[in-house]
Design a protein around this ligand. Structure first.
Ligand SMILES: *Cc1c(COP(=O)(O)O)cnc(C)c1O
Length: 229
């Protein structure tokens, strides 16, 4: 089941890459939130290593149950409250939701204390959607400037959550804008710990458009595991 869905999605990704004239590749993050650890084990047995969770407690509970799966790579894709930073430790290969300076500073303190350099993405609210978190385009340079001074945070790229729409096509402009924004910032920030190369855009309903517009890491839940609710 998982394997067939993944193969279908990756075929569609290949077609989207071709349409866009891209020669690079796209990574698939399996969003396992709300699904039991057993679903992760099943997917793992079919070759999947990369999984995404959006709630700290749920992620840590699953981590504990999945200790035996050595090369499992868990990413944290949810909104992060400052008072939850202390639970991050070395649990996540990549944290997607850095979107404000107080959070960044709290994370820098935490990772300095445990002597770890944490890979993160900056979440950008490209569409200025009041229903979504993410740093506004205006405040983005200031956030990156602050990140450039953090010795225990490495910024690997951007992510975004587009507005809820009926047709994925409606969000093409936001995907395109996010890619342009990353290109602009890449020119401005050339320090060691800001290496903008991952662009995480696209979920079950809109990954084809997102890949056409430059996404390098898609986050897929329902199209892989089935309905959540
Ligand atoms: C749930 C979630 C996804 C996956 O959504 P699907 O529509 O199930 O593919 C992707 N990204 C984030 C941040 C999510 O919370």
């Amino acid at each position: 089941m998982f394997k067939e869905q993944k193969e279908r999605i990756m075929r569609e990704v290949e077609e989207a890459l071709k349409r866009a004239g891209r020669t690079d590749s796209v990574t698939l993050l399996a969003v396992s939130k709300t699904f039991p650890a057993e679903s992760i084990i099943e997917a793992y047995e079919q070759g999947q290593r990369l999984f995404g969770e959006n709630k700290i407690q749920e992620a840590l509970d699953k981590r504990e149950k999945l200790k035996g799966l050595k090369d499992l790579d868990l990413h944290f894709i949810g909104h992060l409250q400052t008072n939850k930073v202390k639970y991050l430790k070395d649990n996540f290969g990549l944290i997607y939701s850095v979107d404000r300076i107080p959070l960044l500073n709290e994370m820098e303190k935490h990772f300095a204390r445990i002597d770890r350099v944490q890979d993160v993405l900056i979440q950008v609210n490209t569409a200025n959607d009041p229903a979504k978190s993410g740093v506004s385009m205006d405040e983005l340079p200031e956030l990156l400037e602050a990140a450039s001074k953090c010795g225990h945070i490495k910024v690997n790229g951007f992510t975004m959550m587009p507005p809820l729409v009926n047709e994925a096509e409606e969000n093409r402009v936001h995907f395109a804008r996010t890619r342009e924004l990353m290109e602009e910032m890449k020119k401005k920030f050339t320090c060691d710990n800001i290496d903008l190369r991952i662009l995480s855009m696209g979920m079950s309903d809109d990954f084809k458009v997102a890949v056409e517009e430059g996404s390098t890491l898609i986050r897929i839940g329902t199209a892989l595991f089935g309905g959540r609710y």
